[in-house]
Write a protein that binds this ligand. Structure first.
Ligand code: HEC
Ligand code: HEC
Length: 222
């Protein structure tokens, strides 16, 4: 009995408490919404002036430029993953990606992407978990256009592709010059080692095929 009257008492009190809670929640909610709107108003205004007024004054897009937009995605990704060894696409711990030699060896996005996926003896491989296909092709596009821009002023004609002997000299003996015994293109070991060493040297598929044909021709001359 007392239980029943108790609950009869409690129910109007409970609904008053509920109403108070509801009012508090509404006030907090509206307050938060107004606060968020005011807070977001400033960045929105900045972004507007950034793309319009500031750009016309020659001021580079600062904060929004760091965001990977569709135009600069490749560049931003390059900065994140590659710049430590190829600073600004130039030679650092890596090699320069902005020379006529580079343009001779790497002409398509697929070629650039392949060396990044495979890695070399001196460069780490970037798998799909590190770098998605779409990001990699944006990056490869940036690398090629950067190389194109960097060599545009150079009056010398584009270099012809390396022949087999040239690949052996420039891409293999750069390393093997100090490794005994020296590479002999007539030694059959060189054909067995070709696939691994082509990857080690960062050869493109085309270069590996040219080198293989050259080595096969050398073998039969023995
Ligand atoms: C740890 C240093 C390092 C990092 C990081 C690195 N590279 Fe390299 N990269 C090298 C070295 C060294 C070579 C020269 C090839 C060799 O001798 O193995 C090279 C070669 C290359 C080549 C072939 C150039 C040529 O002429 O043979 C390309 C293209 C390239 N890197 C692109 C990239 C890109 C794109 C990234 C970022 C995803 C990257 N690299 C990250 C060190 C690095
Ligand atoms: C980054 C340095 C480097 C580059 C570039 C390189 N090599 Fe090597 N190569 C090595 C090293 C290190 C070994 C192992 C030597 C050893 O174990 O005594 C080796 C081993 C070899 C061997 C012996 C393999 C065996 O089974 O005994 C051959 C053949 C060879 N390389 C051919 C090539 C060819 C061809 C190229 C060019 C496509 C090349 N290498 C590019 C460093 C390099």
């Amino acid at each position: 009995m007392s239980n029943l009257s108790g609950s009869e008492d409690a129910s109007p009190r409970g609904s008053v408490e509920g109403l108070v809670l509801l009012v508090v929640a509404v006030v907090l909610g509206v307050g938060t919404a107004v606060g968020l709107a005011a807070w977001s108003a400033e960045p929105r205004a900045l972004a507007l002036s950034d793309s319009g007024r500031q750009e016309s004054l020659g001021v580079p897009r600062s904060s929004s430029g760091l965001v990977a937009t569709t135009e600069n995605r490749g560049q931003v990704l390059f900065g994140r993953y590659c710049d430590s060894c190829h600073p600004g696409g130039e030679e650092g711990r890596g090699v320069s990606l902005a020379t006529l030699e580079f343009r001779r060896d790497f002409q398509t996005q697929t070629q650039v992407a392949q060396v990044v996926r495979d890695g070399t003896c001196k460069m780490p491989a970037y798998n799909r978990f590190l770098l998605a296909d779409g990001d990699l092709s944006e990056m490869a596009k940036f690398v090629l256009s950067h190389a194109e821009a960097a060599t545009r002023e150079d009056p010398s004609p584009p270099l012809p592709p390396l022949d087999g002997a040239g690949i052996l000299d420039k891409k293999c003996n750069n390393c093997h010059a100090t490794i005994e015994p020296h590479l002999d293109p007539r030694d059959v070991q060189i054909l067995f080692a070709l696939n691994d060493m082509a990857k080690c040297a960062g050869l493109t598929t085309d270069q590996r095929n040219v080198l293989r044909a050259y080595l096969l021709a050398q073998q039969s001359q023995r």
